[in-house]
Design a protein around this ligand. Structure first.
Ligand code: 6LW
Length: 528
């Protein structure tokens, strides 16, 4: 009897440990839109779009769909990713990731050079192949292999979703395209993915456009090329209804589904966190969200019960396997950049060095500026929470006159706040806070200070960014320079498909450049 009681409690403990309760959305914060996911064995791999940023298409790994770590990028060579002159929110649009016979496939569109393509790799951390281009003009491509062994290119179009047989070795089109489904009438039917289940082909898409009217809808057919019947309770995901109207999360749509090793189904999709349920604007861009899917045999998928999600998700999860926390301080004592760092377009590599001065990132000033579609001396990482502290130590001794360096909050080339150090006409070290909002371009604050090293600090809060600085490497008494509204860096104001990036920058503003800036430390501490 005693043994039975112990066995019973052990069993309860295991089941409690196995199916753990709850997780926090977004599962990948900061601008990580248009997520696509695949499961191979017990591992999940997910890619998101990256537009004009280089390297392209971050790839993430997880063992529980909740905890994700970045394992690299799919496009890391200039030969793979021509982004010269790509406009803000140009470049790489929505990707798809799929797996077949030991090979990973990532399918995407470079809207600034080449169009649709796919890459292959046997190791998702790379290296990935050079692009195989597919001569079909569209965005949001995916690939589906049917029982007939043929490969089909599934993509969007003005009238709806199109399916075309292609040669997976060359990308060549092998037959006519078939328009299979136009959605339920929402704007921009896009982001198609096909799933084979219980004798049906399920076609899932995004509709409504990537703003507040966004949604996910689904249809099914017994034949890949249709006709498709729409799900009677479409849309299966949206916050554009009475249930979702006061939710902090808005714009939910563009999803992809995956079956976990335990047979459970899940959906990843994009959405964004507004500043407050009554303050309808967002600065972090579109992030990656996760929801459980109840998909009965021969039935329709139901997402988290009512098609909406919350930041705090009180639902059973797969056994949670968290990764070690990302360090908040970077002393630049590694010879290579971490995966979180991104350049605007194809970088001028000689303008950056992590080895020239140990423990420092050297950025050489460039005539190019972040106001143009060029490759400025600018490297950045995603702002992932509305509340954060970012700080860096800048030694600007080697900057030439009229050259500037510092930290930037960058939404796009027309909307950014620049905390820059240089020298004034009298040669005095000067810190300036520049506000660039479209045609509005002015210096919000300016101060002179002593020395050639300065600590720059930016504190983010939902409604305001606070800018301050301290003289010298060890300076502790930070002087408040100014506070600026977050609203004006929001997507609602600036447009675009990305999110705020926190960057390090050096420029000669168009003049011939010769100077260097040394960043001795970078700290980014997000507050959940
Ligand atoms: C993406 C399209 C979309 O390709 O926005 O949200 C485009 N939907 O599906 C860029 O993210």
């Amino acid at each position: 009897m005693k043994r039975l009681v112990i066995l019973f409690f052990a069993l309860c403990l295991c089941t409690a440990l196995a199916a753990q309760e709850g997780y926090r959305n977004p599962v990948i914060p900061g601008f990580n839109p248009d997520p696509s996911v695949v499961c191979v064995g017990g591992d999940f791999y997910l890619v998101t779009s990256s537009f004009e940023y280089f390297p392209g298409l971050p790839i993430y790994h997880s063992r529980d769909l909740v905890n994700w770590r970045q394992i690299g990028h799919c496009l890391t060579r200039d030969s793979q990713l021509p982004l010269q002159g790509a406009p803000s929110s140009g470049g790489l649009f929505a990707p798809s990731i799929r797996y077949r016979d030991g090979v990973f496939y990532v399918i995407c569109t470079n809207t600034s050079g080449g169009g649709n393509f796919f890459l292959t790799a046997t190791d998702p951390a790379g290296p990935w192949s050079d692009p195989v281009w597919v001569p079909i003009n569209s965005i949001d491509p995916d690939i589906f292999w049917d029982d007939d062994g043929k490969t089909y290119f599934v993509t969007q179009g003005d009238q709806g979703i199109r399916i075309t047989p292609i040669d997976i070795a060359t990308g060549a089109v092998l037959g006519p395209e078939t328009l299979v489904w136009g959605g339920i009438g929402g704007r921009y039917p896009e982001a198609p993915h096909v799933y084979r289940k219980d004798g049906f082909y399920y076609l899932m898409i995004g509709e409504g456009g990537t703003e507040y009217a966004h949604s996910v809808t689904i249809a099914r057919s017994r034949n890949l090329l249709g006709p498709y019947d729409s799900c009677p309770f479409n849309p299966i995901v949206t916050h554009c209804n009475r249930i979702g109207q006061s939710n902090l999360i808005q714009g939910t749509g563009h999803g992809d589904m995956v079956q976990a090793p335990d047979g459970s189904w899940w959906m990843v999709f994009l959405g964004y966190r507004t500043i407050h349920p009554t303050a309808y604007y967002h600065i972090l861009g579109r992030e990656t969200y996760l929801a459980p899917v109840d998909w009965p045999a021969g039935g329709w998928p139901q997402v988290n019960g009512n098609g909406t999600v919350d930041v705090v998700m009180k639902v059973p999860t797969l056994p949670l396997q968290p990764w070690p926390a990302e360090p908040t301080v970077n002393e630049f004592d590694s010879p290579t950049f971490g995966f979180e760092w991104q350049w605007l377009r194809n970088p001028v590599r000689e303008n950056y060095s992590l080895t020239e001065r140990r423990g420092s990132l050297r950025i050489s000033a460039s005539p190019s500026t972040i106001d143009e579609f060029a490759s400025p001396s600018f490297i950045s990482r995603r702002q992932t929470e509305n509340t954060f502290v970012a700080e860096t130590i800048l030694n600007f001794k080697s900057l030439a006159a009229a050259e500037q360096a510092g930290a930037v909050l960058y939404q796009n080339h027309t909307h950014h706040y620049d905390l820059l150090v240089g020298r004034n006409e009298a040669g005095e070290p000067t810190i300036k806070l520049r506000v660039k909002l479209g045609m509005i371009d002015y210096i919000a604050a300016e101060q002179t200070f002593k020395g050639e090293t300065v600590r720059l600090r930016i504190e983010g809060s939902p409604y305001a960014y606070n800018f301050s600085f301290a003289d010298g490497k060890k300076g502790e008494n930070f002087k408040h320079l100014a506070s600026l509204d977050t609203r004006y860096l929001s997507t609602e104001v600036s447009g675009g498909f990305t999110g705020v990036m926190i960057g390090l920058y050096a420029t000669s503003n168009g003049a011939p450049a010769s100077g260097k800036a040394y960043f001795d430390r970078f700290e980014y501490t997000p507050n959940l």
